[in-house]
Design a protein around this ligand. Structure first.
Ligand code: ZN
Ligand code: FE
Length: 251
């Protein structure tokens, strides 16, 4: 069983260290802040052996060089990461990454950035999704198109419902305000938001989140449902998704 250590970085990112006790390998999922990763690994007594990047943004790959220099680890990520620094291995959708005996599948979640990838470790029922999907939200569409982003979200929706989604930011409370505006009659959403508000009042993280719950409550995953289409425009689901994304951008 993998151990996942989660800790806050920068203003609202999460850092994740994934450790395999059998092989003693430790993977950094993205690198928002090199010092925080090096410190947390030292506290755990873990040796960092790899970095897996989800996309090129500096709050995800900005710590690569310093962590590699300090540990000699390898850096794997989508080709777009080379905009800000070198990779040892370029990951493309369909590739497999490994930590010890544990395999992760790389899949395309482009839309926030064009080359954004996510990594699913099926045996451990976890997926590292970067800024593609958040609890009750999704990433801003900086580079991609609505059609592309919607297709990416379909790949996330197709994971086993028990999958825990490790999103890269604690944006949930503000996402929740928009989700209630987008889908006000959703009782399950109302319960979820009440729980989120309680957890945040105790300063607890709302990440990871279970896919099953997001499928029932996250408006961006539900752009193809009658409820959302009635409110946000029918037609192709990616058009409803685009309307929701645009509304959230100025909410
Ligand atoms: Zn980003
Ligand atoms: Fe980010």
């Amino acid at each position: 069983m993998l151990e996942i250590h989660q800790f806050p970085c920068l203003s609202d990112n999460y850092g994740f260290l994934v450790h395999d006790p059998d092989s003693q390998e430790t993977v950094c999922i993205d690198t928002p802040e090199a010092n925080a990763y090096l410190r947390e690994a030292a506290v755990k007594g873990w040796q960092i052996t790899q970095i897996w990047n989800t996309h090129w943004h500096p709050d995800h790959a900005g710590g690569n060089a310093a962590i590699k220099a300090a540990t000699g680890c390898t850096v794997s990520g989508p080709a777009e990461v080379e905009r800000i620094g070198p990779l040892d291995r370029v990951l493309t959708p369909g590739d497999t990454v490994t930590i010890g005996e544990h395999e992760g599948t790389v899949f395309d979640v482009g839309g926030h950035t064009n080359g954004h990838i996510a990594i699913h470790l099926p045996d451990d029922e976890v997926a590292f999704v970067g800024d593609s999907v958040f609890a009750l939200g999704c990433g801003r569409m900086f580079e991609g198109t609505a059609e592309q982003f919607w297709a990416s979200l379909q790949r996330i929706k197709a994971l086993p419902p028990a999958t825990m989604l490790y999103c890269a930011h604690e944006y949930t409370q503000s996402n929740a305000r928009f989700a209630l505006h987008a889908d006000p009659d959703n009782a399950e959403l109302q319960d979820y938001v009440a729980e989120i508000d309680q957890r945040r009042s105790r300063q607890e993280p709302t990440v990871p989140t279970k896919l099953e719950r997001e499928l029932a409550t996250n408006p961006f995953l539900r752009a193809d449902t009658d409820d959302l289409q009635a409110r946000w425009g029918g037609g192709a689901a990616h058009e409803t998704f685009a309307a929701l994304r645009a509304a959230k951008d100025s909410f």
